[in-house]
Structure formats: structure tokens, C-alpha cells
Ligand binder design. Structure first.
Ligand code: IPM
Ligand code: MG
Length: 365
């Protein structure tokens, strides 16, 4: 019996409805396996701007720090229409996300990209390319690099000039590399470290630190790949990848590409971890403001993020497995939300998809 203290950040757009379904699944798991879960809802992003004028308050950070883990929906709105985007950059919804990552030291971002056999038709790659499917883990450094380096815009002699800086210390590289190799060890034991070492000093340091760390993991195969080549290889032969280890900006871009290659971004979870068991778990997709409140969003990525939370923050592998099995069972019965709908399947909304998954969690194996 475990007592879990979870902070929920429903956020904006479809966030509240998908988090609601993930909570229902967690409650069912708790009932079946005899755990107790206490939730506290916290505002972030546009939802916080509307109430407090800023995307993340110090109290919200303190609440998150005091919890065992954070389950998040999504934040942000329509950048061309929402008044949130009339605010200066540091007061917009996304600034809240960057702030919480830094404040909680969530340096390791895990983004699995899996081709579900049941959804193979949604994959935009030809059968000869996708072969028997693929299952990779993108490990993105999340609190360094261009995102957190000094930046400024100046005018010199009447000409505007903007500067962003890309800084990495060897400690920052080492700790994400260690996480990457640890995770590879639990998978297929291969790390592809992605950089731009043919141009950037930060990448040359990245490569040399990753090589040092690799010496401690003789059972894991390490290869280096340039980021432009990696972008190409992801659509040419995605099955070659096990763990992709990369810096913040490259990981942002490659993880979107990898999720598109699966064809079902509504299915992909993510975890952002620090060096303890604490983590923030959220779907890989965004807030989809155009369909917010319509009960048609896919809650599966959030439900699978809750499973990752049980696995990584609470070591509840059996419970996490049960959620993943329930999701697969529902897909096998051909239930689909609109985003993954295909011919011959039965379309359901967000709450019904959540209910079906919950229903499959009845029995304990
Ligand atoms: C992501 C998002 C964020 C990022 C944005 C919203 C700041 O794209 O989590 O990948 O770039 O990290
Ligand atoms: Mg992104």
C-alpha cells in the first residue's frame, strides 16, 4: 500500500479533459491495487495568467515541490488569437513551463516514440520502411542549452540584432548521459548520441563527455550521429534507434519528428525527471485549443504518462503494466478517438475512451 501525493496541472485547451480521464484511471488502479492517492490541482500557463496575471506563481512551484510527482495536461493557446500572446514573452503560457522545468531541476526528458501495431496504418511511412514497427526513447536534456542561455535583442547603429547563447557544462552533459545509458540498459542497450560536432564547440564537448560516460557501460553500444543526419534517418529507418540522447533544442525538434513518424501523437507520453524519483509527466502533444471542451481529444497520451509516473516515480511497475495492457486491449477491440480513427473501427470521445480503459482495469492479474 502506497500513499501518493500528486499535483495536477490541468492547464489549458484540452488539458483539463484529458487529465480528468488520467485521474479516473489512476483512481481505478489505486482501488484495485490498494493505494491511496491525494491530488492537488495547481494552475499553470494561460489558466494561471487569467487568475494571477503570470503563468506560474511561487506558490504553485512550492506545491509542486512538496508533491511526490506532477501530472500535467497541456498549456498554451492559439498564438495568433489568444490575448495571452499579447503579453511580453516572459509572461506567456510557455514561460510557466520553462520556469517549472528549471525550478524543479527536471533535466532529463524522456519521450518514447512507439509504433503501435494496432495503429500501424496511421504511420505515414511505407510498410517496407516501417517494417515490424519501432520503439525508441528520445532522451532530451531539458534545463540547459539555448533555452536557458543568456539572450538579448539590441540595436546597434540602427540595426537590430538578437543573440541567444548555447552553453553546456560537462556536469550537465554527464548527468543526462548517465540517465540515458541507465535507461538503455533496461531496453535494447544502444545509445545514439546526437550532436552537431562538425560545427559546434558545445557538441564537441557533448561528444567527449558522452564517450567518458560510455566507458562505465561496456554492455551498451554507443554511436554518434549528426543531428541533420538523424532527422533523415528517423524517416529512413526508424527501427535502428533505441535511445536517442541529445541536447535541449535538438531534442525538441527530433521528438516532434519522431512523434509524427508514429502517426499517432495522441498516444505518446513523456516524463521529465530530476536526480531523485520526482518527475513531471505530460502528454507529448499540445493543448489543441481548437477542440477544447468538445470531448473529442485523445486522453491516451496522458493516461500513458500517468503509467510512466507510476513506473519512474513510484516503482509501481505492475500497476504501470496494467494501464499499458488496458490501453492495448481497448485498441484491440477497435475503439478509437477521432485522431486515430480508421475504417472499420468504432469512434468514441475523450470521456468514453477514458471509461473504456478504466473498465479494462477491473481485474488484477
Ligand atoms: C515541448 C514544447 C516546449 C519546448 C515549448 C512549449 C516551450 O515544444 O515541450 O517540446 O520547446 O520545450
Ligand atoms: Mg516541442
Amino acid at each position: 500500500m502506497m500513499k501518493l501525493n500528486i499535483v495536477c496541472i490541468p492547464g489549458d485547451g484540452i488539458g483539463p479533459e484529458i487529465v480528468k480521464q488520467a485521474k479516473a484511471v489512476l483512481d481505478r488502479v489505486a482501488a484495485v491495487y490498494g493505494h491511496e492517492i491525494a491530488y492537488k490541482d495547481v494552475l499553470m500557463g494561460g489558466a494561471s495568467i487569467d487568475v494571477h496575471g503570470i503563468p506560474l506563481t511561487d506558490e504553485a512551484i512550492a506545491d509542486a515541490k512538496a508533491a511526490d510527482a506532477v501530472l500535467m495536461g497541456s498549456i498554451g493557446g492559439d498564438t495568433s488569437k489568444s490575448p495571452w500572446y499579447q503579453l511580453p514573452p516572459e509572461k506567456r503560457p510557455e514561460a510557466g513551463l520553462l520556469k517549472i522545468r528549471k525550478a524543479l531541476n527536471l533535466f532529463a526528458n524522456l519521450r518514447p516514440a512507439i509504433l503501435y501495431q494496432e495503429l500501424a496504418d496511421a504511420c505515414p511511412l511505407r510498410q517496407s520502411v516501417r517494417k515490424d514497427g519501432f520503439d525508441m526513447m528520445i532522451m532530451r536534456e531539458l534545463t540547459g542549452g539555448l533555452y536557458f542561455g543568456e539572450r538579448r535583442t539590441v540595436t546597434e547603429d540602427g540595426v537590430r540584432k538578437a543573440v541567444d547563447t548555447l552553453v553546456y557544462s560537462e556536469e550537465e552533459i554527464r548527468r543526462i548521459a548517465i540517465k540515458g545509458f541507465d535507461i538503455a540498459r533496461k531496453r535494447r542497450k544502444k545509445v545514439t548520441s546526437v550532436d552537431k560536432a562538425n560545427v559546434l564547440d558545445s557538441s564537441r564537448l557533448w561528444r567527449s563527455v558522452v564517450e567518458e560516460v560510455a566507458k562505465e557501460y561496456p554492455d551498451v553500444v554507443l554511436e554518434h550521429m549528426l543531428v541533420d543526419n538523424c532527422a533523415m534517418q528517423l524517416v529512413k529507418d526508424p527501427a535502428q534507434f533505441d535511445v536517442i540522447l541529445t541536447e535541449n533544442m535538438f531534442g525538441d525538434i527530433l521528438s516532434d519528428e519522431a512523434s509524427m513518424v508514429t502517426g499517432s501523437i495522441g498516444m505518446l507520453a513523456s516524463a521529465s525527471l530530476n536526480d531523485t524519483k520526482f518527475g513531471l509527466y505530460e502528454p507529448s502533444h499540445g493543448s489543441a485549443p481548437d477542440i477544447a471542451g468538445c470531448d473529442i481529444a485523445n486522453p491516451i497520451a496522458t493516461i500513458l504518462s500517468a503509467a510512466m509516473m507510476l513506473r519512474y516515480s513510484f516503482d509501481l511497475d505492475e500497476e504501470a503494466d496494467a494501464i499499458e495492457r488496458a490501453v492495448k486491449a481497448v485498441l484491440k477491440e477497435n475503439w478509437r478517438t477521432a485522431d486515430i480513427m480508421s475504417e472499420g473501427c468504432r469512434q468514441v470521445g475523450c470521456s468514453e475512451m477514458g471509461r473504456l480503459i478504466t473498465e479494462h482495469l477491473e481485474e488484477k492479474e
